[in-house]
Design a protein around this ligand. Sequence first.
Ligand code: SF4
Length: 389
Amino acid sequence: MNEKIVAAQWYELFNRYAGDLYPGRYTPEKCRELAEMAVEIKRLSQEKQSVIVAHNYLYPEFHEIADLIGDSLGLSLDIQKAGAKRVDFESVFFMGATAKIITGDATRVFVPDKSHIIGCSLVFGTDYGWLENWKRENPDGILVTYINSDAYTKSISDYISTSRNTDKMILMALQQFPGRKILVLPDKFLGHVMKVRALELAKQEGLAIDPDLIEIYSVRKGEYWAACYVHEQIGPDASEIALLENPDAELMIHPECGCVASCLIKLQEGKIPQGKVYFLSTQQMIGHAKRSSAKRILVATEKGMIYRLRQEVPDKEFLPVSMQAECRYMKANTFEKLLASLREDKLEIVFCNDCCDPKNSYQDDKVIHIPKSVAGKAKIAIDRMMAIQ
Ligand code: SF4
């Protein structure tokens, strides 16, 4: 890796595919700095036999140096398949924790910062007291919990789900526990679209389901309200306006978006024609974009995804529905922090012998704990999901 060549390539690449996404960020000087650090990151990752994984929402430079790039679950599964001894997980904390729970003692998992810095509004917005109360009031109730949740919440859940399969997980819970109440959490928008889909799936299978059996978590906790703060601000009219401004375009929507409920209603009422709008996880967006005959595609999700789509499907035009859709937690990942992780072997996610409060795990400058009993219970719920991947 020659840093001068890399700097020149990145300057051209980042300005071609991400100049509009991050105006003014990729100057020649910035690209030189990034390239210098990239050379050292690659050297250290080889020396430490680390696999660097990065989430789709990160800055473009991470897409270029990562060994694996993808979404939360996809990355954890790829790590498991790769049999990696060490992973540097560049993303948000709950994703690193999920990877550790899935891979167990086989893989050392490092994250670049503490859990509140690389956090997530869905994690911060989960009200444990409210959940425990719901469980007391519904002693045989079933929790279907989206993977964007912390280890403790996973550990009290019956099933974990993803943006690809929450509808199927709800259906599975309905079939395995007929007549029992199901709580879908922690994202109210994703919960809403997946409830509608699960009821459609049930109908296709000839099951008569009382919709009231499926409850969507929608609790306010401080400044957070059962939603991803990034996707929530893609509000009820945003997608429809984007479609009106681009009548020849298709629209790909992540189910966490604040516009999902209104889009579903408008589709049902015929106000948005069928075949124009697709609710997709980020991983599904790649496949759909490759198959689609549309030349222009609007994308409603965190704008880091646009860089990946433009690179992988260069014959199509991808436009973000919102330029403000940028996650401060994802963007708290930097090359400086990754370098420090590799140099100083920090911060490693480790299992502890239940030494700390599972809702507020111990962390210092070197390690972050996940209590063993929490990891064990969370893994049972994750494994149920893996069975239908
Ligand atoms: S984009 Fe939303 S769901 Fe993803 S990490 Fe950021 S706040 Fe959480």
